[in-house]
Write a new protein. Sequence first.
Length: 224
Amino acid sequence: MNVLEFIREKTEGLQENTAQYRAKVEPRFREWSNKLNDKITNTLNNPWMANFNPFDGNKIFGSEKIIQNETAKKMYVNLKKQVGQETYVGEWEIIDQDCINRFANVTGDTQWIHTDPERAGKESPFRSTIAHGFLTLALIPKLTDMVNSKINLYPEARMIVNHGLNQVRFPFPVKSGAKVRARIRLMRVLPMKNSIELINEISIEVENRKRFACVAETVLRLYF
């Protein structure tokens, strides 16, 4: 074997080994890259990031922002004292079959476990129809009196806007005819220029049950 053939053979072997190495490494690298991108995206989408300014050495978090509205300032101070506390316990409400059926018709989710009491009584492990998880979630404004014109939890605010949800879980089913009520725990208060953002943990309790039907973090904006 002359020198040229030796070099050619070694070059081909090196290229083959390189290709095999890339075939093994690239999928893993791509997976790591995707995971990193997902973590960065989730972090950037977190509400507290909206109040983070990396270029301001003196004011890093939203609690340092200046609230210009005097009414909002007073309310912010009062709300900060309530962080971590349970601030509301609602009245019991019945979720009956008619309510479940109307929600099923609106959403198109007419699965028998929700809408067929006879079949559910025989085949469902719950021996009853159950409410949709999203029905329980959709009832949060009613269960927390946010839509009750006679009760205003934040009377100083000019307008209250539902800004979204951070987390939602449905730990326990709600059978047709069951009574539920909401509990609110204030988790965080974030000041804005002319508004206050509240992050509440809403727990939907089922009568005579230890586990909650729904636990969700709601994000509200109070405008002044």
